[in-house]
Design a protein. Sequence first.
Length: 504
Amino acid sequence: MKSSTILILCVSLLALGATAVLAGDVPLPAKRLSQAASDGDIEQLKLHIARKTDLNKPDERGSPPLCYAAEAGSLDAVKLLLEAGAKAGAAGAGGRTALMGAAQNGNAEIVDALIAAGADAKAKDESRTTALHLAAVMGHVAVVESLIKAGADVNAEDRSAQTPFILAQRRNQTEVLDLLKAHGAKEPVLLREGMDPYGDQAGMGQAAVTAPATNVDVTFEPNAIREEMKAFEGLGDAIKAIGDKSDSEVKTWIQRRIDNRAMLIRAAEKQFGEELTLVKTTATQEKAAKTISAIDDLTAKRKTRNVAVAAAVAEALREERRTAMEQNADMGRGRGGNRGMTSRGRSSGTTMQSANSPYGNTGTTMTRTVTRPEPNRPPVDGDTQSQIQAWLNGKPDSKDALLSAVHKLDLAELDALRTIATEEQAKRTAATIGGVMVARQERADRITNEWRLDDERQAKLQERLGVQGQQQGTYGVRGQRGGRGGTTGQNTQQPGMTGTRRYR
């Protein structure tokens, strides 16, 4: 018996040793875990899984990898992470869950996969928004059906007292409205006055939020529009000249090393203004009175929207700067031996997240008491509310969803003008608007391609640095924040981190 026991122990030890050797042979991932999840890079995710990287640990912005994979729409990445142990109810900064990201983007397969794995359809973020709110406002019927089937509350109110029905009504999402009513949604008689999407009381006596009927799903045939443009001499050159002015906007979109949202808002709106000026000039030449009036209305509407978006982004950036300063101050007091003390009216016991947007903070809680007067913002329409949320969510290294939201609404508003010009028999104006839409689509494709190329360059760079570090046993570049490589014979990196810092 003793001999057999010894034999079994020896075999077990050999097996454990072989497993350890195999784990040691797993290459160091070229991408950090959050980036691999966002890119849907299955091979990189498998490397992280093989190296036992914690799949539920939030990154420096406070979000676990499942949130990135769901937001990016990568079904394979979501399934792989779930199978490897990622929690289906994972939530990022601000309480935004992976299910909410998938629901807002209309990815029914990912929504179903998350629900099947145990995601809570009733979960709310810090603004009390649910996945059903996000799916309803965007008109994603299949997702709404899945969420209701999973037990989502059709009458849930967010912090601004808005229900999924109210949001769908503002965007004229008729199929969603019918579906919600069929499952017990209460149809409001009047919208509550004084509420806005920021979650603040907007002030007594202000009007309720208006209800636009913008359809954000626009399809058109670029080749047909190009043929239409050929009938008008000089039109192609005029549109090209306007397109040439977009270089500043494109460069601002492509930049992913700094948070340049404030600059991007101005650049994007300036370019759209140039395009509207061309369209109005053409409409004036054709004496298209209805189209001119619609252009003026749209210009005024976008100006109001831009002010609201810019104000929300500015407040978010100020909050992030305040939090960063407080973190630095807390770290300084900790190094000086005064950890846990309070000063200048700051007090412990009050917890506050560092930013007010999903995926927008580091996930670090601060202990502070702050009293600031809330801004008296005017109520806004559904499109503005959607844009505010998109801009708050947009971050330097994850602008994909922001570009999609901005681009879709721009196309929808141009398409509405094009319809009016067509009805008014303003053929050159209609062709001009169509040409602008084609140019915008080409520009969006160019931006997306530049991001892809940049990712490839960064991945190759990180791969070379990782190989060099493994060969030399030393890391000569900065790894995690606050530390430097250079420890001979030892990999000092944490799981999921690469040898370079990216997208600061």
